[in-house]
Ligand binder design. Sequence first.
Ligand SMILES: Nc1ncnc2c1ncn2[C@@H]1O[C@H](COP(=O)(O)OP(=O)(O)OP(=O)(O)O)[C@@H](O)[C@H]1O
Length: 249
Amino acid sequence: MSPEEPTRDPAARLSVEGLTVAFGGLTAVDGVSFEVRPGEVVALIGPNGAGKTTVFNAICGLVRSRGAIAIDGAPAPRRTANLRERGVARTLQGLGLFVGLSVRENVLVPIADHGDAAARVQRRLDELSLAALADTPVAALSYPDRKRVALARALVSEPQLLLLDEPAGGLGADDIADLADIVRSVAAGGCSVLLVEHHVDFVMALADRIVVLDFGRVISRGTPAEIRVDPRVEEAYLGTRVQDVRATA
Ligand SMILES: Nc1ncnc2c1ncn2[C@@H]1O[C@H](COP(=O)(O)OP(=O)(O)OP(=O)(O)O)[C@@H](O)[C@H]1O
């Protein structure tokens, strides 16, 4: 296994090449390259501060970057507002929900001007077991329920590329298992998924491929089975998460 990017796939849904992001004197992301193919689940993992969220933010045009980011072979839009038109949706670590609005109103936001919006919203509410909470204000929901609302809101626009920032964070084992099922079914429908995640068991069970970052650079890439036995990953984590990685082997 090598941290080098394999030959570029012209059919990649997301292609990131030589991505570099600097904040003042700090190079937070340094020459990162990877691809996500249609229907594939790719996870970005790495220790705190490795640059994972910055890669996401660069893909979404939220930070200035160098290098090339392409969606379906064409340069990614530089403005977040245009991502949806290109079939991209993301969830945020902070969820970004309108807590005074109901579940249904929150999920409606991205497609409010579509003629079939109500039916599409209902379908996502059913799929994510949120129908019984449809008219409840988000402020009254538990954190796991709020996370499902954020996922429903991302899915309602029927994205071709779904970016998930720490989707398992703050969830218990049952909710994580449900989440893995939902992500698998989204990918089985052809949507590509890129996720940033600290929950190693979740990643190992779900991802087709993993890209490991440390200090802004790709230090390893491969299947979960390859990542588990890579000494470079162990060295980067230097602690309990490596034991987690091994425990699932
Ligand atoms: N807006 C910013 N201004 C300055 N430095 C930043 C900014 N955003 C991130 N950084 C720095 O860039 C580096 C990468 O941060 P980033 O949040 O991408 O890491 P991460 O791998 O997502 O970490 P975590 O797992 O803790 O969320 C860190 O050193 C961080 O302090």
